[in-house]
Design a protein around this ligand. Sequence first.
Ligand code: KG4
Ligand code: ZN
Length: 343
Amino acid sequence: MLVLGIETSCDETGIALFDTKRGLLSHTLFSQIEMHSEYGGVVPELASRDHIRRVLPLIKETLLAAKCGLHEIDAIAYTQGPGLAGALLVGASIGAALSFALKIPALGIHHLEGHLLSPLLSTPAPNFPFIALLVSGGHTQLMQVDAVGHYKLLGETVDDAAGEAFDKTAKLLGLGYPGGAALSKLAKQGRAGRFKLPRPMLNSGDLNFSFSGLKTAVLTLINKQEITQQTSADIALAFQEAIVEVLTEKSLTALSRTGLTQLVVAGGVGANDQLRQNLSSKASAKGATVFYPELEFCTDNGAMIAFAGAMRLQASPDRTWSPASSFTVNARWNLEMLEEPDN
Ligand code: KG4
Ligand code: ZN
């Protein structure tokens, strides 16, 4: 079964073809980061307009790369939410139109379900059940993933997401947008021990996070001294150490509380070297394994949406799927409200 995936929830247009027998055949991505960086963040209207420009050429390119024709596609999977309403509408309308024209099913996929299942696209892949630490620009969550459609939220941020905290702190340090990778690079020149920042909610007893106070702590530090390149690097390191320690400790607590031994890290912050090193060494000391999907599957992409669609189709073999006759998007959508597959 060949599934075309369409991701347009934020600032990346991602298209992919996933075949349930042959795996991922091709995938393409266009990132709008350069366009938004000028404004210091994603501008929703610009994002929607750019998705409109990119989506059809990318679908053609993806089909060509896989040497497939439109009529070989068995189903469409598009991101139905959560995300920017206008951006989501682009993918949903193209997905529904293709479904209607080709008389094939269209599945509206939850973006975070895509992220949670994306580790299964990599080798080695974890087996169900596992814990997923989802750390992106918009989300910071610890989830228990038992099977397709069976997700339990264990904890989440009560304010800023981890990536958002990286981006806001990077901005305070005069780095560009999005600044997570630049901050992490700067932190490599930092001297450990010069500054110590708070570890918010480390001992809260639950699996929730709070990162908005950290950027305020950084701002206070910046205001207190002359900012040289070295001081910036020292602050960047102190910030990164604080965030990494909290993410690591809460992830280990999630593993011990559930008795699970596999942890998957998804989302852009999963690219952070210090987070990776710290998580891997502390988890392996406790007999657990950490899985890091390739970066291209960690950040937003069409492959995870095609894959989630394929998993859902396979999980409900007896269900009759009709071609789309209408479509809706859910800019806000609680993952735990997701329908479970029929079987
Ligand atoms: O998952 P993602 O590509 O997009 C969404 O938010 O949906 O994540 C992007 C986030 C940004 O906040 C970016 O600053 C952060 O991931 N990021 C990093 C690193 N690379 C990207 N944060 C820390 N260290 C990095 N190396
Ligand atoms: Zn995402």
